[in-house]
Design a protein. Structure first.
Length: 372
C-alpha cells in the first residue's frame, strides 16, 4: 500500500514541517500533571499551614481554645486588635513558648520538602533524599565532636551541625570529580555514600570513646524541635529565604532537566550549571535545617512524592506546594510527637519514620502494580 494521500509528512514531519515525531513520545510520560499551579491546590496548602499553625499553638500540656488562639495570632498583625479572652499567662505561652517552636517546625518542614523535591528533579529519581550527599552524616559528626569535648557546649551544637554538613557536601563534591571524571548524578551519589560511611565510622569511634555523651547525641540524632525562644528561627531564616529564592526561581529548569541533558541543552539550558546551583542551594538549606532540628528523615521524600502523585509532576507547581505542605506536615507531626504520649515527648524523627515506613510499602506496591 502506498503512502496516504494528502499526508506526505505523516511519518516524520509535524504540521509545521518540523521533524518532531520522536520528542513528544519522550516528553509526554514525564508531564503527567498540569504545568501551572492550580489555585485549588495553592489554597489547600495555605489552609493546611494555617491549620497546622493554630493546632500547634493550641495543643500541649495546657490546651487553649483554637478560636482564641487564632484571634491572638491575628493580633500579631499590625493594626489588628481582637479580643481573644486569654489572660497574660496564656498569651505568654503562645508568643514565647509555642509559637517559636511551631514557626521553627514550619520552616524546617518547608526546607526539607523543598530540598527533597529539588534533589529528586536533579537526580531524576522521585525517591531521592535531601541527605543524599552526606549532609546527615556530616551534621551528626559535627554534633558528636562538639558534645564530646566537654560539658556546657550545647550552645555550639547548631553551628557544629551546620559546619559538619557543609564539609560533608564539599567532600562529596570533590570526590565526585576525583580522577578527572566529570560530575554526574551517579558519581555524586556514589561519592555521597562513601563520604557518609566514612563520617559515620568517625562518629561511632567518638561515641565509643565518650560513652557518657551517648544520650545527648542520640537525642539530637532522633530529631527535636524544642526551642526556648526565637533564636533558632532567626538563625535559619536567612538560609531559608536564600534557598527558597534560588530553588523556586529555577523550578522551570527542573522541568527541562527531566527530559535529559541533550534535550535540555538543545532548549538553551546549561544542564550542569543548573544542576550544580540547585544542589548547592538545596544542600545549604538542608544543612541549616538539620543544624537546629536534628536528623528528621522522610519529610523530603513523603511530601514531594505524594504531591507528585496527586497534583502532577511539573516542578512549577510541585516546588511551591512542597513548601506549603512540607511546612504543615512537620508542624502537625510535632504536635503528635509532644501530645500522643502525654507529658512525655517522642522524638519527632521517630514519628516521621513511623509515617515513612508504611509510605514506602505503599509506593513499592503501587510501582509493582503499575509495572505488572
Amino acid at each position: 500500500m502506498g503512502p496516504a494521500r494528502g499526508r506526505p509528512d505523516a511519518v516524520g514531519r509535524g504540521r509545521h514541517g518540523v521533524n518532531d515525531s520522536p520528542r513528544p513520545a519522550r516528553l509526554r510520560p514525564l508531564r503527567p500533571g498540569p504545568a501551572r499551579l492550580r489555585p485549588g491546590w495553592l489554597v489547600g496548602g495555605v489552609v493546611a499551614v494555617a491549620v497546622a499553625l493554630v493546632a500547634g499553638v493550641s495543643l500541649g500540656p495546657v490546651s487553649l481554645p483554637p478560636g482564641s488562639v487564632a484571634a491572638e495570632l491575628l493580633n500579631l498583625i499590625p493594626g489588628v486588635r481582637l479580643h481573644s479572652g486569654l489572660n497574660a499567662r496564656e498569651i505568654a505561652i503562645i508568643t514565647e513558648l509555642r509559637l517559636p517552636r511551631v514557626v521553627l517546625g514550619l520552616l524546617v518542614g518547608a526546607m526539607l520538602a523543598m530540598a527533597g523535591a529539588a534533589y529528586q528533579g536533579v537526580f531524576r529519581n522521585p525517591l531521592a533524599d535531601p541527605h543524599l550527599l552526606g549532609v546527615a552524616a556530616g551534621a551528626g559528626l559535627g554534633v558528636t565532636a562538639v558534645l564530646t569535648i566537654g560539658s556546657g557546649m550545647s550552645v555550639a551544637v547548631p553551628p557544629a551541625a551546620f559546619l559538619g554538613a557543609l564539609i560533608a557536601v564539599a567532600l562529596t563534591w570533590t570526590l565526585g570529580a576525583a580522577g578527572g571524571r566529570e560530575r554526574t548524578p551517579a558519581t555524586l551519589i556514589l561519592a555521597g555514600v562513601a563520604v557518609s560511611a566514612f563520617l559515620a565510622a568517625a562518629q561511632t569511634y567518638l561515641l565509643q570513646r565518650n560513652v557518657e555523651t551517648l544520650r545527648e547525641v542520640y537525642s539530637w540524632l532522633l530529631g527535636r524541635l524544642g526551642t526556648a525562644g526565637w533564636h533558632d528561627v532567626l538563625l535559619i531564616l536567612p538560609y531559608t529565604v536564600v534557598t527558597g529564592l534560588i530553588v523556586l526561581s529555577r523550578r522551570r529548569e527542573l522541568d527541562v532537566l527531566t527530559v535529559g541533558d541533550e534535550e535540555a541543552a538543545s532548549l538553551g539550558l546549561h544542564p550542569q550549571r543548573s544542576r550544580y546551583l540547585l544542589l548547592i542551594a538545596a544542600s545549604l538549606g538542608t544543612a541549616a535545617a538539620v543544624s537546629v532540628s536534628g536528623l528528621i528523615g522522610f519529610v523530603g521524600i513523603i511530601v514531594p512524592h505524594t504531591l507528585r502523585l496527586l497534583s502532577g509532576a511539573s516542578y512549577r507547581s510541585l516546588l511551591p506546594l512542597s513548601v506549603l505542605f512540607g511546612a504543615a506536615f512537620l508542624a502537625l507531626t510535632d504536635v503528635v510527637a509532644r501530645t500522643v504520649a502525654g507529658e512525655a515527648e517522642i522524638p519527632i524523627g521517630v514519628v516521621t519514620a513511623f509515617f515513612g515506613a508504611p509510605f514506602f510499602i505503599v509506593v513499592l506496591r503501587t510501582n509493582r502494580a503499575v509495572a505488572s
